[in-house]
Design a binder for this molecule. Structure first.
Ligand SMILES: Nc1nc2c(ncn2[C@@H]2O[C@H](COP(=O)(O)OP(=O)(O)OP(=O)(O)O)[C@@H](O)[C@H]2O)c(=O)[nH]1
Length: 323
């Protein structure tokens, strides 16, 4: 059996390996350019070797790469360039299907010293890895996590914030209110006689009413306000930079728009009204729950007074906190 000369199989390995191999001297003149680099740059080894790397790749930031390669030549240590910092060193097109979201290859690059006979460093070797799949996978996972985070805050039926997130933000708002001297009002509202809607028209119709009210709320509040679905047919809103007098305008708008709303379900047309309770933040409030409780009490007043209206409660320490 004849033996293949070592140089032949090394050459074979050099050509078929799916990693870019580049050898540069201290002046960044290219000495080795393997098949991978030829394939992706469309420049042959003959065309590149003997020239400065920067002649053929003007997109490479020369000052930056020389600084990065400094420790390889001067300290004899390897250096890693990762795609998270720069997507690529060589602007090679992505070989992935056009459906993927990247035009260019993601690359990790390792640069390590090549020692001469005197153990000095005259050259470095660059290994260029195509990490497009890993990078796209990681980016996709990050995107999905971000989407999940948003979804975990949103109530599925209404698109408003869910109770957990709203409460979290309300607790934060309370702390903010303690430090800032700006009015903030909490508003709670609830659909009147909603049980009757469900009993008369069915649960699906009830859901449509809840969705219609959510739209009314979205239309009625500012972008900086925070509206959430607090329970089944109960909603809560933080009205930032609004004292209770200003907040009554929002409350009245929601009340009137709800009264005017017509929900159709199958052959039925359904009308509904809401009751609302308002409580402005007061420095005497000891906790966010105490503040919200006040708004809830105001909502209770509105129900007691005949529904389809808003009521306000203010904090009064001498009266056990409520007035
Ligand atoms: N369709 C639907 N109904 C819900 C949902 N969550 C809670 N409910 C219903 O909302 C109704 C709330 O009824 P109650 O708490 O008695 O209040 P109400 O009938 O609105 O009466 P007042 O609030 O006193 O005016 C119950 O029948 C619940 O089943 C939901 O997501 N969808």
């Amino acid at each position: 059996m004849s033996e293949t000369p070592a140089t032949d199989w090394m050459q074979e390995l050099f050509s078929s390996i799916e990693v870019g191999i580049v050898v540069l001297d201290r002046a960044f003149t290219v000495e080795v350019w393997n098949q991978f680099m030829e394939n992706h740059s469309a420049l042959t080894s003959e065309a590149v070797c003997g020239d400065s790397l920067f002649t053929h790749f003007p997109e490479i930031d020369e000052k930056w790469l020389r600084a990065k390669a400094g420790p390889v030549f001067d300290l004899n240590t390897p250096v890693f360039l990762i795609w998270e910092q720069r997507q690529y060193l060589f602007k090679f097109g992505s070989t992935r299907p056009v459906t993927t979201s990247t035009e260019y290859m993601y690359q990790n690059v390792t640069m390590f010293p090549l020692l001469n006979a005197d153990k000095g460093v005259d050259r470095l070797c660059m290994l260029v890895y195509d990490v497009t799949d890993q990078a796209l996978g990681k980016t996709r996972v990050e995107q999905l996590n971000e989407e999940l985070k948003v979804m975990s805050r949103i109530d599925g039926l209404t698109g408003l914030y869910n109770r957990r997130y709203w409460q979290e933000r309300f607790d934060y708002t309370f702390k903010l209110a303690q430090r800032r001297n700006k009015p903030i009002t909490a508003l709670m509202l609830d659909i009147d006689h909603f049980k009757k809607v469900n009993d008369t028209y069915g649960h699906q119709a009830g859901d449509k009413v809840i969705q219609a009210l959510a739209q009314v709320i979205k239309k009625s509040v500012r972008e900086t306000d925070l509206a959430g679905r607090y329970g089944g047919e109960e909603f809560a809103i933080i009205l930032t930079d609004s004292d209770s007098t200003n907040a009554t305008k929002v409350a009245e708008r929601i009340r009137a728009l709800s009264e005017a709303e017509v929900v159709t379900h199958e052959d039925d047309t359904i009308r509904f009204t809401v009751s609302l309770g308002l409580a402005e933040y007061c420095p005497d409030c000891h906790s966010s729950m105490q503040w919200l409780e006040l708004a809830d009490q105001a909502l209770y007043d509105a129900k007691q007074n005949g529904r389809n209206q808003f009521c306000i409660r203010t904090y009064d320490a001498s009266q056990g906190g409520q007035r």
